[in-house]
Write a new protein. Structure first.
Length: 94
């Protein structure tokens, strides 16, 4: 009876992976994140001058980096909406 219980235990036990030595150091993703973060800070510091922005009936003065950030956010929003519409259309065709 013990042998049968051991066999069931071994089947339920998760397999151990031999992944080799653990990696040390920074991952490429972390390095990219740090570089993009530094570039963002430099961009903001270099584009701190105010600019006048006119949109429909809104007129306001903001730092240039905020205006660019708003334009990027609008582009990302449009991309997400288009992707959502495209996926639904493809699902309806299938």
């Amino acid at each position: 009876m013990t042998c049968q219980a051991d066999a069931v235990y071994e089947q339920n036990e998760p397999a151990q992976r031999n992944e080799g030595p653990a990696k040390s150091g920074l991952s490429p993703t972390l390095i990219a994140f740090i570089v993009i973060g530094i570039l963002t800070v430099v961009f903001v510091l270099q584009n701190g001058d105010e600019s006048e922005t006119n949109f429909l009936w809104f007129d306001f003065r903001t730092p240039l980096w905020i205006t660019i950030l708003l334009a990027i956010a609008a582009g990302v929003l449009l991309d997400r909406l288009f992707s959502l519409w495209w996926r639904r259309r493809r699902r309806a065709d299938d």
